[in-house]
Design a protein around this ligand. Structure first.
Ligand SMILES: O=NC(=O)[C@@H](O)[C@H](O)[C@H](O)CO
Ligand SMILES: [Co+2]
Length: 410
């Protein structure tokens, strides 16, 4: 039949950083794209798709998205995990792209239509010190961002998550966390120094930029529950939009302790890959925002179900949008952001020029709001010639060691 899957190609390219893209084509020649990028483990997902999933897709009806999802999830036998769920996500998103293209509609129209006029974005301001940070915040405000994530260096710590090593001439302060090298870079960490420093940063930012601008901060998994509780409480006077990944949440119950001590809103989940990672966090209202990206959580079908579950507990979306979510993954996020009722905010790190040469996108960013646009499907096309110019390059996210050499969450 016309909608039978004729081919499924796994495309690896590395313009500004590594990306893995799945391109599904039907007998009728309708093309759908899915993002399968897993930062630092990209080739595992490329192999999972090429070696084990693509052979199962050929001949299947592209319209049967839910059946294909359930088939891939249950026939794998081995459940969950970032590689499996990124692979399933890529198939899911590509099939949604195809369905919307066949329908002649932008994808959000198939997800319930627009529930808002625009999607509030937040940008990543950072600085090694307050002057650099203030310059970075002003730069992002000049670009139109109305919500700002604030990350800075910490006295006594040499290299820390989320801070550009130096203001880059190109995007100025936009940084790529993964580094092209055969080994992960070792960075250092000292939680007590961090806990002493961060409240002074937000005191200075609020004094300089006022009480209104929504400010976000990413704890990036590095604190224990009691340390997270301390920071959440210390930041209450600065009225954060959210404190993110305040503590590793494999133990979801750990957030009970944090919740007891602070009203600072909490966002968790960018490293999660199924609804089961959220079950206690949502049911006990231990978080306020679901951080998962479409790409890492089994696709639009799966993240939609997680967000509908969260909506029953007044928990909102905060979809992960760093540069290692490709333009295909970002487009999927924007279509979902526009349609769901319990939208919270969308992370938006701008991709570089080389990436934008490989992926043609139709989304817009104006006056602080994103919009997926009105092109059919996801609104993204892939340029094979541009992609061929950028072969895969091994790259890793950094990791931390404490002063005594103990490995620590980064
Ligand atoms: O909130 N954003 C983040 O935490 C990101 O910067 C992640 O460290 C990287 O995307 C991991 O690939
Ligand atoms: Co984060």
């Amino acid at each position: 039949r016309g909608t039978a899957i004729r081919s499924a190609e796994v495309l690896v390219t590395s313009p500004d950083r590594n990306f893995v893209t799945l391109r599904i084509t039907t007998e009728d020649g309708v093309v759908g794209l899915g993002d399968a990028t897993l930062n630092g483990r990209e080739l595992s997902v490329a192999s999972y798709l090429s070696d084990h999933v693509v052979p199962l897709l050929l001949g299947r009806d592209a319209h049967r998205i839910e059946d294909t999802w359930q088939f891939l999830y249950r026939s794998a036998y081995w459940r969950r995990g970032p590689v499996t769920m990124a692979a399933i996500a890529a198939v899911d998103v590509a099939l949604w792209d195809i369905k919307a293209r066949i329908a002649g509609l932008p994808l959000y129209q198939l997800l319930g239509g627009a529930s808002r006029t625009g999607i509030m974005a937040y940008g990543h301001a950072s600085g090694r010190d307050l002057p650099e940070l203030f310059d970075s915040i002003r730069h992002h405000q000049e670009q139109g961002f109305r919500s700002i994530r604030v990350q800075t260096s910490v006295p006594g710590i040499d290299a820390v998550y989320g801070v550009a090593a130096q203001p880059s001439s190109s995007g100025r302060y936009d940084y790529e966390p993964a580094q092209r090298a055969p080994l992960p870079a070792e960075e250092d960490w000292d939680t007590r120094a961090y806990l002493r420093h961060i409240p002074t940063v937000f005191e200075a930012v609020r004094n300089e930029f006022g009480p209104e601008v929504p400010l976000l901060h990413d704890g990036h998994h590095r604190m224990t529950p009691i340390q997270a509780a301390r920071l959440g409480k210390d930041l209450e006077p600065y009225d954060l939009f959210w404190l993110e990944d305040c503590t590793p949440a494999e133990n979801q119950e750990a957030l009970r302790l944090v919740r007891q001590h602070t009203t600072t809103p909490l966002a968790i989940g960018e490293v999660f890959n199924t609804v089961w990672d959220y079950q206690t966090l949502v049911r006990e209202q231990l978080i306020d925002y679901v951080r998962s990206a479409v790409t890492h959580t089994g696709g639009i079908s799966a993240l939609r179900k997680i967000l509908d579950f969260a909506a029953q507990y007044q928990i909102k979306s905060g979809i992960h949008g760093p540069t290692d979510i490709s333009p295909v993954g970002m487009a999927a996020a924007l279509h979902l952001d526009l349609a769901i009722h319990n939208f919270g905010i969308q992370e938006y790190m701008q991709h570089g020029a080389k990436t934008n040469a490989v992926f043609q996108q139709s989304f817009t960013f104006e006056d602080g709001y994103l919009h997926p646009g009105s092109e059919v499907g996801l609104g993204v096309t892939y340029d094979d010639d541009a992609a061929a110019r950028y072969p895969y390059a091994q790259a890793y996210l950094p990791f931390n060691r404490l002063k005594d050499g103990t490995v620590h969450d980064w």
